[in-house]
Write a protein that binds this ligand. Structure first.
Ligand code: NDP
Length: 245
């Protein structure tokens, strides 16, 4: 382990971008602490990382529960002594037109994509303040910059993540806390599997035909995390080269 090795807590590490980020950061020598609801997958990933010579541990996590997120961050600190980086990545995307009135799905997007990130900040910020510094990596989306049909409520959540990240950055101008917003374009993952609305699901099939590998987003996160303490990478947008949106 080098001096630049960090303790990194990652929410939503059981698939897609979170899983790729865990692999990449562990390969870079960071110690990762993984959270998600599907603990069987976290167990397998932890074993894989450990077998490859990395350092990883996990805990079951539901980001909609503030107390659970606090317990997750506490467990990471108990395990490794500190929490340098909190990657607020967990998210859901059940897209639908507003007319479909899928209110339960709207609520779930707000609960996971907005409250989940706020819970991550509430849990990790005091720990980082107490240890004299830390780094939040919040995963937004190109949907934090533009709205498209069927994505209105999803975009509400991602605009919100962008807003709170900017607020946190401004309130951390003493230099102790760094804040990076990472906004992926279409990326291979399980995200679109949760779309229940038939029309939105069909539309997404074409929209998602050109996609980045999740490792491309992990690379962007690794770049931000590897910067020296005085460098704060604030926003990264990563789209497939062969995509206009
Ligand atoms: P995946 O569906 O593959 O991964 C989502 C992760 O979030 C899973 O690990 C899932 O784990 C976790 N998760 C969902 N709900 C909860 C919950 N209540 N508590 C804890 N964990 C939860 O999708 P991605 O990897 O693509 O998504 C990661 C992030 O990237 C999301 O914030 C998404 O909005 C964002 N993003 C993705 C894009 C893409 O095209 N893939 C584009 C732009 C942004 P589990 O079910 O085990 O709890």
């Amino acid at each position: 382990m080098t001096d630049a090795a960090r303790v990194v807590a990652i929410t939503g590490a059981s698939s897609g971008i979170g899983e790729a980020t865990a692999r990449r950061l562990a390969a870079d020598g960071h110690r990762v602490f993984l959270g998600a609801r599907r603990t069987g997958r976290l167990d397998a990933l932890t074993r894989e990382i450990t077998a490859a010579g990395g350092t990883a541990a996990y805990r079951g996590l539901d980001v909609t529960d503030a107390a659970d997120v606090k317990a997750f961050v506490s467990a990471a600190r108990e395990r490794y002594g500190r929490v340098d980086v909190m990657v607020n990545n967990a998210g859901v995307m059940p897209l639908s037109p507003l007319d479909a009135l899928r209110v339960e799905e709207w609520d779930r997007m707000i609960d996971v994509n907005v409250r989940g990130v706020l819970h991550g900040i509430a849990a990790a910020l005091p720990v980082m303040r107490a240890q004299g510094g830390g780094h939040f990596v919040n995963i937004a989306s190109v949907g934090a910059y533009e709205v498209s049909p069927t994505a209105a409520v999803y975009c509400v959540g991602k605009f919100a993540v962008r807003a709170v990240s900017e607020g946190l950055r401004q309130e951390s101008a003493d230099g102790g806390i760094r804040v990076t917003l990472v906004s992926p374009g279409v990326t291979e993952s399980e995200l679109a599997d949760g779309i229940g609305d038939p029309a939105a699901r069909e539309a997404m099939r074409a929209y998602r035909a050109v996609a980045l590998p999740a490792s491309a987003i992990a690379d962007a996160i690794a770049y931000a995390v590897s910067q020296p303490a005085q460098v704060d990478v604030n926003e990264i947008v990563v789209r497939p080269a062969a995509s206009a949106r």
